[in-house]
Design a protein around this ligand. Structure first.
Ligand code: NDP
Length: 304
């Protein structure tokens, strides 16, 4: 039976450690603070940001939710970021994506002070990560490494294959795996014979954005599969493709009218030595690592 890597339990342990660190910083008169900027009313973004703000409260961090209207301009957003960069009570700045079309996302992310860039998206942090210097690493990739380490899965010397090369997930996760001494292969949409490459993976990381794209024949038996994907299935046809006859999923689908699947076909998990389920695998780590990054940013900014 493959081992299920319980992301929710690992995230809870990390949050507990963050809460303890927040308590010890309080003794020094420091309260790490996160500014969360949520533009407009995208329902998924609202849910994510509210849960980030709530987690700050749960762990004792200061947080401020800033909600510009969806008509906001790039200039107004740049002014807002400049003000947050200067505030001493703010250690981390989170700009929830996606942003409305009229806002220049790159200009905005580049305007966040690198030492407050708790999402790890700034080119300075990407460069520091590549150079192996202390950096705020992107939260989801950092979470992937935490899952592997805390589950006792060896990384050094293993062949890690990352499918996906985005700046947010694929590239940083590959870099972090390299720093852990894995032999890393990065695949993307132009990779020839993807299955032949993924079948070589001891650790297979799927960050593609395509429901169930990694099928059983693409997996080496016994491999560790990390499924970063989050894809919503809204139709009965899509549901049946992956979950036909799955009683628990059926009940959830009937209740909500949708369910989520990762970038790995759930049938491929049966071949794995260990895998992260969707939901409950990588997802919960993202917020936990955001909290950890905010505390790290607070400490680094004060030279601690
Ligand atoms: P992007 O769309 O930015 O990147 C997708 C990557 O997958 C690209 O590099 C693309 O290649 C590659 N790709 C697409 N199709 C194929 C294919 N047929 N074969 C091989 N490679 C392919 O997505 P993200 O990196 O932002 O996100 C990836 C997934 O992770 C999504 O499902 C997203 O929802 C999820 N996610 C989950 C998070 C979490 O908290 N768990 C956080 C962030 C993302 P190319 O570069 O050639 O186009």
């Amino acid at each position: 039976m493959p081992k299920i890597l319980d992301g929710a339990a690992i995230a809870a342990a990390i949050k507990q450690e963050v809460a303890e660190e927040v308590k010890s910083l309080a003794l020094k008169g420091i309260r790490p603070g996160l500014a969360a900027v949520l533009v407009g009313h995208t329902p998924a973004s609202e849910i994510y940001v509210r849960s980030k703000v709530q987690t700050c409260a749960d762990l004792g961090l200061f947080s401020e939710l800033i909600t510009p209207p969806d008509t906001v301009t790039t200039e107004e957003m740049l002014d807002l970021v400049a003000a947050l960069n200067h505030r001493d009570d703010i250690d981390g700045i989170l700009i929830q994506l996606p942003l409305p079309k009229q806002v220049d996302v790159k200009a905005l992310l580049d305007a966040v002070a690198p030492d407050k860039d708790v999402d790890g998206f700034h080119p300075v942090n990407a460069g520091r990560l590549q150079a192996g210097r202390p950096a705020l690493a992107p939260c989801t990739p950092a979470g992937v490494i935490e899952i592997l380490k805390r589950s006792g899965i060896p990384i050094a010397g293993r062949h890690a294959v990352v499918v996906g090369r985005s700046d947010i997930v694929g590239k940083p996760v590959a870099m972090l795996l390299l720093h852990q001494n894995a032999t890393v292969t990065i695949c993307h949409s132009k990779t020839r014979d993807l299955a032949a490459v993924t079948r070589e993976a001891d650790i297979l990381v799927a960050a593609i954005g395509r429901p169930g794209y990694i099928t059983p024949e693409m997996v080496k038996p016994g491999a560790t599969i990390i499924d970063v994907g989050i894809n919503r299935l809204n139709t009965r046809e899509e549901f049946d493709r992956f979950f036909k006859g799955n009683v628990r999923r059926e009940a959830a689908f009937a209740k909500r009218g949708s369910t989520i699947v990762g970038d790995v076909d759930p049938r491929a998990f049966e071949l794995a030595g260990a895998y992260t389920p969707v939901p409950g695998g990588v997802g919960p780590l993202t917020i936990a690592m955001l909290m950890a990054n905010t505390v790290s940013a607070a400490k680094m900014r004060r030279g601690l």
